[in-house]
Design a protein around this ligand. Structure first.
Ligand SMILES: Cc1cc2nc3c(=O)[nH]c(=O)nc-3n(C[C@H](O)[C@H](O)[C@H](O)COP(=O)(O)OP(=O)(O)OC[C@H]3O[C@@H](n4cnc5c(N)ncnc54)[C@H](O)[C@@H]3O)c2cc1C
Length: 288
């Protein structure tokens, strides 16, 4: 099933993101966590791609397992900047063989402190074109940044390249995490203003540990509203209360997005079935 069908069905739904194991020894525990999330029947699950690493093959193993054994559509991520054309082509062929219908086409972060990475790709658009030319009949998603990609010289330049990337053959966009829905709404308005008419799926990350806040900001550059910082101040030293408050904040964000007409919200569930399950329970009446 193509995930673009989900975005157009007019119903409120949640999808969840998981990441593959970082080492061979953690494969079974990660697989188990992703299976528990699959049993919650999300609209789809995305599986991230660890650029360059020796475990990048696990993205497909996890995605295939969820799709074939749990009947949940999957979206397999693929990055290009630290790979050769040969590797990327091989990965695309592997996806076809694995029956993957949905691909998140990403550049990936430019490797730091690594002089000899291949430099055969500069931007995600090159990967998108390659996927389109591969005859894979893929539904292709791309990344976007309501708070502007950290390398961009300006919001206008970022949006210009996003339009170019969208026109190269994307079916939908998923946003970087944000903690203030106003940033998402104004971004969608600006994107529509320059003619990007693809579904723009909001990405929400439930922060359930105080230590996650700094890491999330460092990775995404996201603005964290005072309301959320106050929650961390109040509950940060109590892990149980912090987890509950983090899930509550994410639930309120998602609920507001649904109220404002969003169909599917993508939750960065980080291999935590208990977080995915708590959010689904909180929203059970809305999700029906
Ligand atoms: C939803 C989502 C999922 C992600 N999943 C993963 C994952 O699984 N694995 C992983 O390693 N990383 C992942 N990332 C992180 C992503 O790889 C990084 O943010 C990366 O730095 C940019 O990737 P991109 O595909 O957005 O790049 P691009 O679209 O290439 O954009 C990167 C930068 O280049 C600029 N740009 C684009 N095209 C041009 C051009 N033609 N000329 C000049 N400038 C240009 C853009 O404005 C932007 O500043 C994800 C991010 C998001 C939002």
């Amino acid at each position: 099933m193509k995930v673009s069908d989900i975005f157009n069905n007019g119903r409120a739904s949640l999808s969840f993101e998981v990441f593959p194991p970082k080492s061979d020894s953690s494969f079974e525990s990660v697989k188990e966590a992703t299976e528990k999330i699959a049993l919650l029947s999300p609209s789809f699950m995305s599986v991230t791609y660890g650029a360059g690493g020796g475990t990048s093959r696990y993205t497909l193993d996890i995605a295939k397992n969820i799709q074939e054994n749990y009947g949940v559509p999957t979206l397999a991520h693929l990055t290009c900047v630290s790979s050769t054309k040969e590797t990327v082509r091989a990965r695309i062929e592997d996806m076809k063989v694995a029956g993957i219908k949905n691909v998140m086409a990403l550049r990936g972060d430019i490797p730091t402190g690594m002089e000899d990475f291949p430099r055969e790709y500069k931007h995600a658009i090159e990967l998108i074109r390659e996927l389109r030319e591969s005859n894979g009949d893929f539904c292709i998603g791309g990344a976007c940044y309501p708070e502007v990609h950290p390398e961009s010289t300006s919001a206008e330049a970022d949006l210009f390249y996003l339009k170019e990337k969208s026109d190269a053959g994307l079916n939908f966009l998923t946003t970087q995490m944000f903690f203030d829905n106003g940033l998402y709404y104004s971004f969608v308005e600006r994107a529509r203003g320059i003619g990007i008419d693809l579904p723009i799926i909001p990405g929400v990350m439930p922060i359930t540990r105080a230590s996650q806040v700094e890491r999330a900001i460092a990775l995404s550059g996201s603005f964290v509203p005072k309301e959320f910082l106050d929650i961390v101040d109040r509950y940060g030293s109590d892990p149980v209360a912090m987890a509950e408050a983090g899930v509550d904040y994410a639930t309120r964000q998602i609920s507001d997005l649904f109220e404002n007409g969003v169909g599917n919200v993508h939750v960065y569930s980080m291999n935590k079935p208990e977080v995915a399950s708590a959010i689904l329970n909180n929203l059970s009446d809305i999700l029906g």
